[in-house]
Design a protein around this ligand. Structure first.
Ligand SMILES: *Cc1c(COP(=O)(O)O)cnc(C)c1O
Length: 423
C-alpha cells in the first residue's frame, strides 16, 4: 500500500503520476458561480456527464430526424438491436457472461421483474431476507411483493441487522438467522454494496449460504456496478440488478442492468412477465407466432430499446471499456485509502468512518460520522464548494470516483472540513 503523506505536494505528485488522470478532462465538472470547479463527491448518487455523451445522443436524434422509422434498420447504429451494443461492455463491468446480462427498464422495475421469476413463495417458505438498512426502494419493493402474494409484509420480512452499537452487519449473524429460519426464507435480496455504510458484501459467501438452505439469492448492485469488481457469474447468485446513473455516468433516471445466472438461461419453466422483446428475434416481426422465448437475460426484456437513454449509456461504457474495471478499482483503492488517511488525521475522537477499513470490503465511498454534527455541517461543506451527501441522522457520504476525482479533490475536501470543524 502507498505511504501516504499529509502535504499538498503529495496530492499533486499522485495526480501527476496517475495513469487515469486524463479521464477527468473527459467529464463536465460542475462549477460554482465564480466559475471554480466544485469538489464533486456524489458520483455514488449521480455520476458526472462525459463530454462525449452529447455526440452519442445527437447521432440518434439526427438519424431519427433524417430517417424516421427506417432508423430501426438503417441508422448508423440500427435501433432494433441497440441494447445489444451495451451487453459485452456491461458484462465485463459486472463480471458476467454476455448471455447473463441485459440493459432494460429502470432499477426498481427490474427488481420486481426478477422477483416475478425468483420469488416463488409457498405456504411454508415465503419469507424474504434483506439487510436492515436496505435502500428504501428495495424494501418497499420487497414488502409489496409479499403483499402481492397474500402475505403479511411484517411477518414475511426477515431483517439482517447490525448489532446494537455497531454499524456493519456480521456474517455470523446471517448464518445464525439461516440456521433458525432458513427453511422459511424463499429469497435473500441484499444490496451488494450497502448504500449507507458503503460495505461491500461477500456475494459469493452469501449466495453459498442461501443456496445451502434452499433460498434464491439476488443482489441490488446499484452501488457496486462501476465501483467494485462484482464477479457476478462467480458469485453464483441467481440474479442481480443495478442502475447506470450512479457510477456508470449515464444520466438522471437512466436505464438499469440486469443479471440472470447462466444456469437459468434456458429454463422455460421459470415464471416471468413477457413482451415482444422477450420473443425470438428471428420471428418477432411475424407478429402472429406463438410465444417463443429468447434464451438468457434478453428473454426478460419487454419493450423495444429506448435508444436515447441507451446512447448515453453507450457513451459511458465505451469509456469504461478503454479504462477497464481492474485499473479503475486499483486507483479507487489508492484514492479512497488516501481519503481515509487524511480523515484519520482529524482525530478519531471527532471523525468516525463507518465504512469497513478493509479495502476489499468497500468501494470508493466512505461514510463519515462527525461528533455532534447535524445537517448544518453538510450545509457548510456545500457552501465551501464540496458536493457531498447527507443521510439522517448523522452520516456524510463521500465517494471519490476514480474516473474523474483527483487526489487534490480529496486533499482540499479534508482541508475544508478541517477548517469548518475548527471554526
Ligand atoms: C439508487 C438506488 C435505487 C433507486 O432506484 P430507481 O428505481 O433507479 O429509482 C434503488 N435501490 C438501490 C440499492 C439504490 O442504490
Amino acid at each position: 500500500m502507498l505511504n501516504y503523506q499529509l502535504s499538498l505536494d503529495f496530492a499533486k505528485e499522485q495526480d501527476k503520476n496517475d495513469p487515469l488522470a486524463s479521464y477527468r478532462n473527459q467529464f463536465h465538472i460542475p462549477k460554482n458561480n465564480q466559475g471554480n470547479e466544485l469538489i464533486y463527491m456524489t458520483g455514488n448518487s449521480l455520476g458526472l456527464q462525459p463530454k462525449q455523451t452529447k455526440a452519442y445522443i445527437n447521432q440518434e436524434l439526427d438519424d431519427w430526424a433524417n430517417l424516421g422509422v427506417e432508423g430501426h434498420t438503417d441508422a448508423k447504429n440500427p435501433w432494433l438491436k441497440y441494447h445489444e451494443y451495451l451487453t459485452d461492455s456491461m458484462a465485463k463491468i459486472v463480471g458476467a457472461k454476455p448471455i447473463e446480462v441485459v440493459v432494460m427498464n429502470t432499477l426498481t422495475a427490474n427488481l420486481h421483474f426478477m422477483m416475478v421469476s425468483f420469488y416463488k413463495p409457498t405456504k411454508k417458505r415465503f419469507k424474504i431476507l434483506i439487510e436492515a438498512d436496505a435502500f428504501p426502494s428495495d424494501k418497499y419493493a420487497v414488502e409489496s411483493q409479499l403483499r402481492h402474494h397474500g402475505f403479511d409484509d411484517k411477518a414475511g420480512l426477515v431483517l439482517w441487522k447490525a448489532r446494537q452499537g455497531e454499524e456493519l452487519a456480521r456474517y455470523e449473524d446471517l448464518e445464525a438467522i439461516l440456521e433458525t429460519h432458513g427453511g422459511e426464507i424463499a429469497l435473500i435480496m441484499i444490496g451488494g454494496v450497502n448504500y449507507y455504510t458503503g460495505q461491500y458484501f461477500d456475494l459469493k459467501r452469501i449466495t453459498k449460504l442461501g443456496h445451502k438452505y434452499g433460498c434464491m439469492v439476488g443482489f441490488d448492485c446499484a452501488h457496486g456496478a462501476g465501483n467494485v469488481e462484482l464477479n457476478l457469474h462467480d458469485s453464483g447468485s441467481d440474479f442481480a440488478v443495478w442502475c447506470t446513473y450512479k457510477y456508470l455516468n449515464s444520466g438522471p433516471g437512466s436505464l438499469a442492468g440486469c443479471f440472470i445466472h447462466e444456469r437459468h438461461a434456458y429454463n422455460r419453466d421459470l415464471n416471468r412477465f413477457t413482451g415482444w422483446w422477450s420473443h425470438n428475434k428471428e420471428t418477432r416481426f411475424r407478429m402472429r407466432d406463438e410465444f417463443d422465448q429468447l434464451p438468457g437475460a434478453e428473454g426478460w426484456q419487454l419493450s423495444n430499446p429506448p435508444v436515447l437513454s441507451m446512447a448515453a449509456i453507450k457513451a459511458s461504457l465505451d469509456m469504461f471499456d478503454k479504462v477497464g474495471i481492474k485499473k479503475l478499482t486499483e486507483k479507487s483503492k489508492k484514492l479512497t485509502g488516501y481519503f481515509e488517511f487524511l480523515l484519520k488525521q482529524l482525530g478519531e475522537d471527532v471523525i468516525k468512518i463507518i465504512t469497513p477499513n478493509n479495502p476489499e470490503e468497500r468501494g470508493c465511498q466512505l461514510s463519515i460520522q462527525v461528533l455532534n454534527a447535524d445537517k448544518s455541517l453538510h450545509n457548510k461543506l456545500t457552501e465551501a464548494g464540496v458536493i457531498s451527501d447527507w443521510r439522517e441522522p448523522d452520516v456524510i457520504r463521500c465517494a471519490p470516483v476514480p474516473l474523474y476525482n483527483s487526489y487534490q479533490d480529496v486533499y482540499y475536501l479534508v482541508e475544508r472540513l478541517k477548517h469548518i470543524l475548527n471554526e
